[in-house]
Design a protein. Structure first.
Length: 280
């Protein structure tokens, strides 16, 4: 395989992580899972829906555009820049969604307000995940439904493990750990216990697998970096180091490449559970 020489201009990252997140990660990654999560629950017309750790709002937008008839959707995130971009996207789509800043471990809502609560790929980033689940339980109405997904450990994502290892080798330990951060070491038993210990019942858990594709290993690296806190560090990386990183990544990902680029599976745990109907 010939060495890949990166175009320096292609690494001019805009600094707008929410826009990069929406452009690079949502279409092939977050959107399919948002659609699957929404289909699992099928919110009823006229219901109150909360999307916790909404990011740029793909779950909230999916619910709002799918249900339509009187559904009232709120998206909550602690990142004001994500919320700003989410608001722009929803307005451009003609969707009425309430965007609110706040923390998952202390939800700024009264008890028993929502009929449905979604949390997509947020649990692993909460400093107090168990407290966040208790807060989700608190703001749901009796009989309300929780739907969340959590990506499986990096052991089930060898392409990302390769990327993390190459980043650690060429950029530093912090960069490697940052790429590993979204993949919690929680197995199905642990996740089930967390949800049930928060007070939920009738829990259904299953694993969804989708294919993730990028035009090349270099583009895989560039898009993941542009959508994360690594953006600035990758942009300022010396050209020789970046080129060596790309060359090594190409070799390491060779078994995942075909004539259309690089492709690999991604696995997530999907959970649906209910709040007791007679809860007080």
């Amino acid at each position: 395989m010939e060495d890949v020489q990166s175009d320096v201009e292609s690494w001019k990252i805009s600094g707008n992580s929410p826009a990069a997140y929406e452009k690079y990660l949502v279409p092939g990654f977050f959107k399919p899972w948002a659609e699957k999560l929404t289909a699992l629950v099928s919110p009823a017309p006229g219901s109150e829906v909360l999307d916790v750790a909404c990011g740029t709002g793909i779950v909230a937008r999916t619910v709002s555009s799918t249900v339509k008839n009187g559904v009232r959707v709120t998206g909550l995130d602690n990142n004001p820049e994500m919320l700003k971009h989410a608001s722009k996207l929803s307005k451009n789509s003609g969707l009425e969604i309430n965007w609110q800043q706040g923390e998952a471990y202390q939800l700024p809502f009264e008890d028993h307000r929502f009929d449905y609560l979604f949390c997509q790929q947020g649990m692993q980033f909460f400093p107090e995940p168990q407290q966040a689940l208790k807060e989700m339980h608190r703001v749901l109405k009796p009989g309300g439904r929780l739907a969340l997904n959590i990506i499986r450990s990096i052991d089930y994502h060898p392409a990302f493990e390769i990327l993390a290892n190459e980043l650690e080798k060429h950029v530093g330990e912090t960069a490697g750990n940052m790429m590993r951060a979204p993949f919690p070491e929680w197995d199905q038993k642990t996740i089930r216990s967390m949800v049930e210990d928060a007070g939920f019942e009738n829990l259904l858990l299953h694993i969804e697998i989708i294919s993730m594709r990028f035009p090349s290993p270099e583009e895989f690296l560039r898009r993941e970096a542009a959508s994360s806190p690594l953006a600035g560090e990758m942009e300022s990386l010396e050209t020789d180091i970046r080129n060596q990183l790309i060359n090594d990544l190409n070799r390491s990902l060779e078994s995942y490449q075909d004539d259309n680029g690089v492709v690999f599976p991604m696995e997530t745990v999907m959970i649906v559970a209910d709040k007791k109907n007679n809860y007080r």
